[in-house]
Design a binder for this molecule. Structure first.
Ligand SMILES: [Zn+2]
Ligand SMILES: [Zn+2]
Length: 426
């Protein structure tokens, strides 16, 4: 079987699995080195100057056409294969989080209070590794691969543009026109050596909101001479949970969290104003719209009932759900099975976290996969976005093989297969 694949590859048809595997495994020590270098030097969204520079230099050294900086600090590398064919993109994100590093590891972050707590160091390393492996096989590559290194996935600083939205605005999917895009995330709920996929939503939509409830300051012993916004805010917290539990189909996943309430400055003074901040999540665009409309109605209505005003502001445009396209996903699962082995390729439930990859997935058929990084024996179990998060670096060469294989297979299929043909081709 392996021999047949190698022979077929030399004819330029099938994916050269053995060559990709050999190259990725030879690269393993350098992948670890790169990931640790990035991990030690984490940079926040829209400030990834060192990271972007490193990526751009590596891609140039591989002979790719490089665009840098794009969307502030991002990088796009284009690898044109020796054979004509379609265009596929692989996407990584560059940014770290304002979370201190608690792990005492040799590659501990040197930037105080900043850590790659979401594994984007590994995403960048893996997509760079895939670029290196595919560049080495360029002569037979049946099409073009666009490598997208995106800043500010965790959201740009307030008042700045950034992330996938700005990458799209700056045309990273347009020239060459990208026909499909693959993304990846580290997942500590899966063991290293496992990979997860889903058809349809894999991550939720996310919208961040701020509500300001007006009050009128007075002595706490004479509330009727002012207007107390604190009980109004408390009622609002309850009323918003009723939107979630009573007004949306129970079959539809959704979350509303108020994560912060601020108001007042002394125990016996009626507060001037209360500010609430929160987020909503859903897996469906219709539910997202319904939530947004009903939150607006509830905020205005509860405030009016108590003779005051409240203002609702959506923090930015938010993220839609991340949706894996059915035909692309079905056609791609066999690629993952060849890399990980069939029992390690798992259909997973969507999570209520969010990803701005969703915006790329709105513009081209997309598949976002989750790569296991958990290793109980090594004590690697912490969730992403925590001080303790780490990953089993065994994910790196496997991830490189997966991304390179997904891209090559897509090109070898000749582009997005018509849904009716997708299963039959395998
Ligand atoms: Zn994150
Ligand atoms: Zn992330």
């Amino acid at each position: 079987m392996m021999l047949a694949l190698v022979l077929a590859a030399s004819a330029g048809a099938a994916t050269p699995d053995a060559s990709i595997r050999t190259a990725a495994e030879a690269l393993a020590p350098r992948l670890v080195e790169t990931r640790r270098d990035l991990h030690m030097h984490p940079e926040l969204g829209n400030r990834e100057t060192r990271t972007g520079e490193l990526v751009a230099q590596r891609l140039r050294a591989l002979g790719l056409t490089v665009r840098h900086p794009v969307a502030k600090t991002g990088v796009v590398g284009v690898l044109v294969g020796g054979r004509p064919g379609p265009v596929v993109a692989l996407r990584a994100d560059l940014d770290a989080l304002p979370i201190p590093e608690r792990n005492d590891v040799p590659y501990k972050s040197v930037n105080a209070g900043v850590k790659h707590a979401c594994g984007h160091d590994a995403h960048t390393t893996i997509v760079l590794g895939a670029a290196e492996v595919l560049a080495g096989l360029r002569k037979d590559l049946p099409g073009t691969v666009v490598f997208l290194f995106q800043p500010a996935e965790e959201g740009p600083p307030e008042g700045e543009e950034g992330g996938a939205r700005l990458m799209i605005q700056e045309g990273v999917l347009d020239d060459p026109r990208v026909e499909a895009v693959y993304g990846l995330h580290m997942d500590p709920s899966l063991d290293v050596g496992d990979v997860g996929w889903a058809i349809g939503p894999i991550f939720a939509s996310s919208d961040r909101f701020v509500i300001e409830v007006d009050g009128k300051k007075t002595h706490g012993a004479y509330p009727h001479t002012g207007l107390d916004p604190i009980p109004v805010a408390a009622e609002l917290v309850q009323a918003l949970q009723l939107v979630v539990s009573r007004q949306i189909d129970p079959q539809e996943p959704r979350v509303l969290t108020i994560g912060s309430i601020r108001g007042g400055n002394r125990f016996n003074i009626i507060a001037e104003q209360v500010t609430l901040e929160g987020t909503i999540r859903s897996l469906d665009a219709g539910v997202r719209t319904a939530l947004r409309e009903r939150i607006a109605r509830t905020v205005a209505g509860v405030a009016a009932a108590h003779g005051t005003a409240a203002r609702l502001r959506w923090f930015d445009a938010g993220n839609p759900p991340t949706v894996n396209e059915a035909a692309l996903t079905r056609a791609s699962v066999p690629s993952l099975e060849r890399v990980y082995g069939k029992p390690r390729v798992r259909e997973v439930k969507p999570q209520m976290g969010a990803e701005d990859f969703a915006l790329l997935a709105e513009r081209a058929p997309a598949l976002y996969v989750k790569m296991g990084v958990r290793n109980e024996a090594k004590g690697i179990t912490a969730m992403i976005h925590t001080e303790d998060f780490d990953l089993d670096e065994g994910v790196l060469p496997l991830g490189v093989r997966a991304m390179a294989t997904l891209a090559w297979d897509f090109l070898a299929r000749g582009g997005p297969a018509p849904p009716s043909l997708a299963p039959a081709k395998r």
